[in-house]
Design a protein around this ligand. Structure first.
Ligand code: SMG
Ligand code: MG
Length: 371
C-alpha cells in the first residue's frame, strides 16, 4: 500500500516540566516543540519534533526545523505523488544534507500513518522482542548536593533501574561519589557530559573509574571522534556516544576507531526510526550494546521510542522514563513505571493517541504546510 498526502499541520505546544532540567548546555523549564500531523488518503499520522528552541544540544532548532520542512522536505515528499511510503520519503530526503530532527518528524508521522493503514505497530515493524522495557532516568545538574541526593532517592523509590547523572566541569566527581556512597554499589549508575570536556580533561575523567560507572556519555565535542578514541585508552569506564552518532556509518566508524564501546540511539538525532534500526544492526553485529536515549518527549514521541528500545540489541536501560518524570499531564494516556519497566505500545502505528483537551490547553499556535 502507498499513500497520498492530503494535509500537513504543525501544532506548536509548550508544556511545563515537573521540575527544571539542567544540563551542561542549559536549563529547560518547559518543553517547547511542535507536533506534526499528516493526513493521508489511508490514515492519519502524528510525530513530535525533538528539537529545542535553541541550537545548544545540536545545531538544529525548532525554527530551523520548521523552515526546512516547509521549504525543502515537504516539497520533496510531495513530489513523490501517490507512491508514498516512509521508506521512499527517506530516500527522497537523502540529498538534503543534515537536518536529522526535521527529517525524523516528517518520516515518523508518515510511518505512523502507513503502519496504521496496515494495522501494524511500530514494535512489530521494527522487530521488538519485549513487551516491556527497563526504565532508567536522567537526573539534571542541581543547585546543591542534598537536592541531588533527594532527587535520586525519589527516583530509586519509584523503581527506576538505572540512574544517569548529568555532569559538567565542577559538577562531576563529588556528586558521583556522593550518589555511589549513599545508595551503594548495586545501583546502575552512569554520567552524561553533553560535550562539556576536552581531551585535556582525560586524567580528571579517569578519576570517575573509581565509581564503577556503566559508561561516560559524550564527554567530548561531537566532532571529536579521535579524542574519544584517545580518551578510551586513558579511562577504564566505557565511553558511550550520543551527539557524535548521526548515522549507521558514523556508528561503524566510531566502533572501528575505538571511539566508543556503547551507543545511545535517539531516532530524532539520526533522522528517524529507519536509520535508528540500522545503527542497532551495526552495533549488534559488532557486539556493541545500545540503549534508547530521550529528548524529554511527550507520549507522542515516547511511544515509538519504547518500541525501538524493545529490539534485541537494546541491552541497557534507556532514558525511557514514565510520563510523570516529565509532565504532570502528558499529551497521551500516561506511560507508567511498573516494577521498573514501561510497557511497549501494541496498537497500530505509534500506538498512542493524543488527548484533544490536553492538546488544546498546551497549544500556542497551529499552522498548515501547503500540500
Ligand atoms: O528524555 O529522559 C529524557 C531526557 C534524557 O538526558 C536526556 N537527554 O543528552 O541524552 C541527552 C539529553 C538531551 C536532552 S536535553 C533537553
Ligand atoms: Mg546524552
Amino acid at each position: 500500500m502507498s499513500l497520498t498526502i492530503e494535509r500537513i499541520d504543525l501544532h506548536h505546544v509548550r508544556i511545563p516540566l515537573v521540575a527544571p532540567f539542567r544540563t551542561s548546555f542549559g536549563t529547560s523549564y518547559d518543553r517547547e516543540t511542535f507536533l506534526l500531523r499528516v493526513v493521508t488518503d489511508a490514515a492519519e499520522g502524528w510525530a513530535e519534533c525533538a528539537a529545542e528552541p535553541d541550537p545548544l544540544y545540536s545545531e538544529e532548532w525548532l525554527g530551523g526545523c520548521e523552515a526546512v520542512l516547509r521549504e525543502q522536505l515537504v516539497p520533496r515528499a510531495l513530489a513523490l505523488g501517490k507512491r508514498l511510503t516512509a521508506t521512499r520519503v527517506a530516500t527522497a530526503l537523502e540529498p538534503v544534507k543534515g537536518n536529522p530532527m526535521a527529517k525524523h518528524v516528517l518520516e515518523t508521522a508518515l510511518l505512523d500513518a502507513e503502519l496504521r493503514a496496515h494495522g501494524l505497530s511500530f514494535g512489530q515493524y521494527l522487530g521488538a522482542v519485549r513487551e516491556t522495557v527497563p526504565a532508567g532516568v536522567s537526573v539534571g545538574i542541581m543547585d546543591s548536593l542534598p537536592e541531588l541526593v533527594d532527587a535520586v532517592r525519589d527516583y530509586l523509590d519509584q523503581g527506576y533501574v538505572r540512574i544517569k547523572l548529568k555532569i559538567e566541569p565542577g559538577w562531576d566527581l563529588e556528586p558521583v561519589r556522593l550518589v555511589r556512597e549513599t545508595f551503594g554499589d548495586d545501583v546502575l549508575l552512569q554520567v552524561d557530559a553533553n560535550t562539556a570536556y576536552t581531551l585535556a580533561d582525560a586524567r580528571h575523567l579517569a578519576r570517575l573509574d573509581d565509581f564503577d560507572l556503566l559508561l561516560i556519555e559524550q564527554p567530548l565535542p561531537e566532532d571529536d571522534l579521535r579524542g574519544h578514541a584517545e580518551l578510551a585508552r586513558v579511562v577504564r569506564t566505557p565511553i558511550c556516544l550520543d551527539e557524535s552518532i548521526r548515522s549507521a556509518r558514523d556508528a561503524a566508524t566510531a566502533i572501528a576507531l575505538g571511539a566508543c564501546s556503547v551507543i545511545n540511539v535517539k531516532p530524532a538525532r539520526v533522522g528517524g526510526y529507519l536509520e535508528a534500526r540500522r545503527i542497532h544492526d551495526v552495533a549488534h553485529a559488532n557486539g556493541v550494546p545500545v540503549w534508547c536515549g530521550g529528548m524529554l518527549e511527550t507520549g507522542i514521541g515516547r511511544g515509538p521510542n519504547l518500541a525501538l528500545a524493545a529490539l534485541p540489541g537494546f541491552v541497557l536501560p534507556g532514558d525511557t522514563s514514565a510520563s510523570s518524570r516529565y509532565y504532570r499531564q502528558d499529551l497521551t494516556a500516561p506511560f507508567e513505571l511498573v516494577d521498573g519497566h514501561v510497557a511497549v505500545p501494541t496498537g497500530p502505528g505509534i500506538g498512542v493517541d493524543l488527548l484533544p483537551d490536553v492538546l488544546a490547553e498546551v497549544t500556542v499556535s497551529s499552522s498548515t504546510i501547503p500540500v
